[in-house]
Write a protein that binds this ligand. Structure first.
Ligand code: GAL
Length: 531
């Protein structure tokens, strides 16, 4: 007991930790400075495509319009629309191509090196976009998806790299819903899946989304039914993969749910299918349905991001990449709460966000751990309300997801996006941490009282550091532990949310004075001064 007290005192002393008790509710506050009128090219530095697949990359750029885009050394097969900044076409040969992207407008010009890698792997940085579930749940429709896509453009979020517009559950017909819009044939006479009456033209929808320079995503289950009770892909996997490709979709979220009945042998016509459950001696039965769909998606003539949704079962991060997965959920469903949730299949921001270290070593370009979608803005799974997370919890949410190299899927109603939420989603220096081409995930490198320090190695040799405060009072901290965290020499320090340089610090004896609000974060990038 005595020695524990001593240890706590020693740590407080070494970190010079002071907590104050003021914990009044905080109104939303904006840290990100507005983008300048001069052009800035945002988004990832690298993009992967397979040979022969249709290429679509919209150069994300802020700055006064009109902007004239150009590109030097664009490989043969690709062309750039100088007005929209969209690069399209296809590449025949494998290889790496370094392109210089340029954006010019009346007040100025910008340039950026961009690597196109034509090979087997896609999704070389975590996917960024929007998904319908956290706001609309079962009340999704073609009109709502189109409005979300329009809002992605009109809000300017497309200029920060947000790309996918993903339809989640309920585009198919339902097994027993009382809602007549969900009644209809599950499949046609030839076994092709039938969308419900709210989605009269799936190809038209994907074309509409592509027409805005965005990409389109869809949802299914390897079981007979999706989690919401709509038609799943069981025994139609190959046909469904071909249908999604024919319609022009670029992303598939594949959700376990009723496959549990098959994996546990409750459905009889499963000859040759490995079972999974309490009696299984290996994970083959959990892997099997994903391997199957992964293979069929891979056979299509377009690149389809494969997102595994099975809540982290069977340590999916260890095998998700081997079945063609680009990202995999590591947890149950997130809700917009910091702490305790209503149901045990749900996770909160803190339980999910701070529990990801186990999967971190498996994060790499093309393979991303997915701690579930974002719960900022108006969310509510059909019963809309502003996120119940405090402003500081929302800063934590975005900072942590970027440190974890998580897929970033906005879950709010895009048509009702407010300035605070927009600011959270449009800080290019913060998003660059998520999109860093090295693809590492941060881990927790230091725990002290309520403070957790997360560190992420970056491609340019720098590191992102997140200082999180899990406690209920503000923490004031003179942080002097850079040397034990592996830093040496003089370091430039940049406050990412404020996009501001702070004083350089010497890792050996320097101090970072930090004020971390309750459940909030201080998010810095450190770069060696001699670099
Ligand atoms: C859940 C999944 C959610 C959503 C929902 C649709 O299993 O985790 O993100 O897709 O199914 O029914």
């Amino acid at each position: 007991m005595k020695s524990r007290l001593f240890l706590a005192l020693a740590l407080c002393f070494s970190l010079n930790l002071r907590a104050d008790d003021t914990n009044a509710p905080v109104a939303p506050y904006i840290l990100t400075p507005p983008a300048p009128a001069t052009p800035r090219i945002n988004g990832p530095n690298v993009f992967g495509v397979r040979p022969g697949s249709p290429f679509l990359f919209t150069i994300p750029a802020t700055g006064e319009r009109p902007i004239k885009f150009s590109a030097k050394n664009l490989p043969r097969g690709l062309k750039l629309d100088s007005k929209t900044g969209r690069i399209t076409g296809s590449l025949k040969t494998r290889g790496e191509f370094t392109v210089t992207l340029r954006a010019k407008n009346a007040p100025g010009a910008a340039e950026k090196k961009f690597r196109i890698v034509c090979g087997d792997q896609i999704s070389l940085t975590p996917p960024m976009g929007w998904n319908s579930w956290n706001c609309f749940a079962g009340a999704v429709s073609e009109a709502r998806i189109k409005s979300a896509a329009d809002a992605m453009v009109n809000s300017g979020l497309i200029n920060h790299g947000w790309t996918y517009i993903n339809v989640d559950d309920f585009w198919q017909n339902h097994r027993d819903s009382t809602d007549p819009t969900l009644h209809g044939e599950f499949r046609d006479a030839n076994g092709f899946i039938m969308p419900n009456s709210r989605f009269p033209d799936m190809k038209g929808l994907a074309d509409y989304i592509h027409g805005l320079g965005l990409k389109a995503g869809l949802y299914s289950s390897p079981g007979p039914w999706t989690c919401g009770g709509c038609t799943g892909s069981w025994q139609h996997e190959q046909q469904d993969a071909a249908t999604y490709a024919k319609w022009g979709f670029d992303y598939l979220k594949y959700d376990w749910c009723s496959y549990g009945e098959i994996a546990s042998g409750q459905i009889t016509n499963t000859t040759g299918i490995p079972l999974w459950g309490k009696t299984a001696t290996n994970n083959e039965g959990a892997i099997y349905p994903y391997r199957l769909m992964g293979k069929y998606l891979r056979e299509q003539d377009r690149d389809i991001v494969f997102s595994l949704c099975q809540y982290g079962m069977a340590d999916v991060w260890k095998w998700g990449g081997s079945v063609g997965g680009n990202c995999w959920r590591t947890t149950g469903d997130i809700v917009d709460l910091w702490g305790k949730t209503e149901f045990d299949w749900q996770g909160s921001l803190s339980s999910i966000g701070f529990g990801q270290d186990k999967a971190a070593p498996y994060s790499k370009p093309g393979n991303w751990n997915d701690p579930d979608m974002l719960v900022v803005g108006e969310v509510g799974w059909g019963k809309m309300h502003p996120s119940r997370l405090t402003p500081d919890e929302q800063y934590t949410h975005i900072s942590l997801w970027c440190l974890l190299s998580a897929p970033l899927l906005i879950g709010c109603d895009m048509t009702k996006i407010d300035d605070f939420t927009l600011n959270l989603l449009s800080n290019d220096e913060v998003l660059a941490i998520d999109q860093d081409a090295l693809g590492k995930s941060a881990t927790c490198v230091l725990t002290n009282g309520d403070v957790r320090v997360f560190k992420k190695q970056l491609e340019d040799g720098g590191h992102a550091l997140g200082f999180f405060n899990l406690g209920s009072a503000t923490v004031n901290l003179d942080f002097n532990q850079l040397s034990p965290l592996g830093f040496s020499g003089k370091q430039h320090v940049r406050d990412l949310w404020r996009q501001k340089n702070l004083a350089d610090v010497d890792a050996a004896n320097g101090v970072l004075p930090l004020t971390i609000p309750s459940h909030g974060v201080v998010f810095y990038k450190l770069t060696a001064a001699n670099q």
